[in-house]
Design a protein around this ligand. Structure first.
Ligand SMILES: [Zn+2]
Length: 434
C-alpha cells in the first residue's frame, strides 16, 4: 500500500512538502519555503537565506537534494507561490520537476524581475496538461486546475496500488474560477482513500475582507466611479484574479489603469496561456516605465519588448494632468513620486490608497502608511482570501467522502476533528499508510 509522509505542513501554513512512496518508488509534491515556524512564530531571516537540512529550512528528505543519490521518480509543483516551490533550487538535477504552463511562465518572469532569493528556475522543468493522467513509475498523477489567488494552480490526484490520494494544494471557491470547485463537488472523484486538504482560513487572519472576487471588483468600481482625484492601488502583480478585477472595475468606471512594466509584461505573457486575460488592443491600460524594470527587460528580454509596448507608455506629466481619470497601480515608491508631482500643481482631493493584499503584509511594511501620512490619503482595504472558506471546505470533503482526511497547510489542524469526518492528524516527517 502507498505510504504518505508530510515532511512539512501538518501544523503550519506554507512550506508544504508531501512524499508518496509506493514499492521502491517515490514522488514528492511541493517543496516550499516555510512562512513561519511550525505552529506559528517568525523564522530567523538568516536561516531562510541559507536553507539547509541542518538549519531545518530544507525538510530532511533522503534522495532529494543535490549532494544525494537521487531517489525520487519526480517532483510535482502545485503552483508558483514561494511557500510551495521556493526550495526547488536545492533538488538534484536528475529528478524531473512537473508543473503547469502558467506556473512555469511565472517562474520565467521571476527570473527577470524578482530578487535573487525569490528566483526559482530549473532546466528539469516539464509542463503537464491539467486533467491529463501522467504515468510516473507505479503512480498515475492527474492535475486538477483549481481556483486560487496563485495563477494556474493544481490539485493532484495520485493513484497507485488501487488507492486514490487527492492533494488539494491551495484552493478556493470564491475567485474568478469558482466554477472549477463547483465542478469538482458536483462530479466528485469516486472511491477516495485519502484527502490531504488545506485549511488556511480556519485561522483568524484570513477571515477579514470581502466575500468573493466579484465583490472585490464591485468595491474597486464603487471607489473609482466616485473618485475626485487619482486613486492609488497596492496589489500583487502575481495575483492575476485581482489584476482582472482591477482592469474590469476601471473599464466600468471609465478610468485609465496605470501599470508598471513588470505587471504589464506578466499579463501579456500569461495571455498566451489564457487568451481571455487583458490586455486587449485599444484598451484602457497605460504603462509607467520604471527605470529598473526597463533595464531588466532590456538586459534579459531585449529592447524590442519595450519598443512593442511604447504606444501604451505614459509619462509623469500626463498622469498628473489627467489625474481624476487615473487608477495607479505601481510600486509604492513610484506612486509617491507621482503624488509629489501632482501636489506641485494642486493638493490631492480625498485621495484613496486601496490596499488589495493580505492585511498581514501591511503590518510588516510601513511604506503604505507613510504614503497615507504624506498625502493625507485614506487607506482602504479591499481584499479576499486566496483560500477556501469553511463552507467550501465542507462541501469538498463531503463530495470526495474520503476514508481518511488529513489536514495540511493550516494552523488549526485540531479544528478539523470537529468540522469533518474521518480526520487523521498526521505529524511532520512521520509516515502513514493508506
Ligand atoms: Zn498559494
Amino acid at each position: 500500500m502507498p505510504t504518505i509522509t508530510i515532511h512539512r505542513g501538518t501544523r503550519t501554513i506554507g512550506g508544504s512538502s508531501v512524499e508518496i512512496l509506493s514499492g521502491q518508488h517515490r514522488i514528492l509534491i511541493d517543496l516550499g519555503s516555510p512562512l513561519m515556524q511550525s505552529g506559528g512564530g517568525e523564522i530567523d531571516p538568516e536561516r531562510l537565506e541559507n536553507p539547509s537540512v541542518a538549519n531545518k529550512i530544507l525538510p530532511d528528505i533522503q534522495g532529494l537534494y543535490k549532494d544525494d543519490i537521487p531517489g525520487f521518480d519526480a517532483v510535482f509543483i502545485s503552483h508558483s507561490h514561494m511557500d510551495h516551490c521556493g526550495l526547488l533550487n536545492h533538488i538534484h538535477r536528475d529528478i524531473p520537476v512537473y508543473l503547469s504552463a502558467g506556473s512555469l511562465e511565472l517562474m520565467r518572469i521571476g527570473q527577470v524581475f524578482y530578487p535573487r532569493s525569490s528566483r526559482v528556475y530549473l532546466d528539469t522543468f516539464r509542463v503537464f496538461e491539467h486533467w491529463q493522467p501522467m504515468k510516473v513509475g507505479p503512480f498515475c498523477v492527474t492535475s486538477y486546475l483549481m481556483d486560487h489567488s496563485g495563477y494556474d494552480a493544481s490539485a493532484f490526484l495520485v493513484e497507485s496500488e488501487n488507492k486514490k490520494i487527492f492533494y488539494t494544494g491551495d484552493f478556493r471557491g470564491h475567485g474568478r474560477k469558482e466554477r472549477l470547485l463547483k465542478r469538482l463537488i458536483e462530479h466528485p472523484i469516486q472511491g477516495m482513500n485519502c484527502l490531504l486538504m488545506e485549511g488556511t482560513t480556519l485561522g483568524g487572519q484570513h477571515q477579514a475582507g470581502f466575500a468573493n472576487e466579484t465583490e472585490v471588483e464591485k468595491g474597486f468600481c464603487h471607489i473609482f466611479k466616485a473618485q475626485e482625484d487619482a486613486s492609488f492601488v497596492a496589489a500583487a502583480g502575481s495575483n492575476v484574479d485581482r489584476l482582472v478585477s482591477l482592469y474590469k472595475a476601471c473599464r466600468s468606471a471609465g478610468k485609465t489603469l496605470v501599470l508598471d512594466l513588470y505587471t504589464f509584461y506578466l499579463l501579456d505573457r500569461l495571455k498566451e496561456i489564457t487568451p481571455g486575460l487583458p490586455p486587449f488592443k485599444g484598451d484602457h491600460i497605460r504603462i509607467f516605465y520604471i527605470k529598473g524594470h526597463a533595464q531588466r527587460i532590456a538586459d534579459h528580454l531585449g529592447q524590442d519588448v519595450l519598443y512593442r509596448y511604447r504606444s501604451r507608455k505614459i509619462e509623469l506629466d500626463e498622469i498628473a494632468t489627467g489625474r481624476c481619470d487615473m487608477v495607479i497601480k505601481l510600486p509604492v515608491h513610484a506612486m509617491t513620486r507621482i503624488a509629489r508631482r501632482m501636489i506641485e500643481s494642486a493638493p490631492l482631493t480625498r485621495v484613496k490608497l486601496i490596499y488589495a493584499m493580505w492585511q498581514g503584509y501591511l503590518e510588516k511594511e510601513t511604506a503604505y502608511s507613510d504614503f497615507c501620512s504624506e498625502f493625507n490619503a485614506e487607506l482602504v482595504h479591499i481584499h479576499v482570501s486566496g483560500h477556501a472558506w469553511l463552507d467550501d471546505l465542507k462541501k469538498l470533503a463531503i463530495a470526495l467522502n474520503p476514508e481518511t482526511l488529513v489536514p495540511i497547510h493550516t494552523l488549526n489542524a485540531k479544528r478539523f476533528n470537529t468540522l469533518f469526518s474521518n480526520v487523521f492528524q498526521a505529524q511532520d516527517g512521520v509516515p502513514f499508510d493508506i
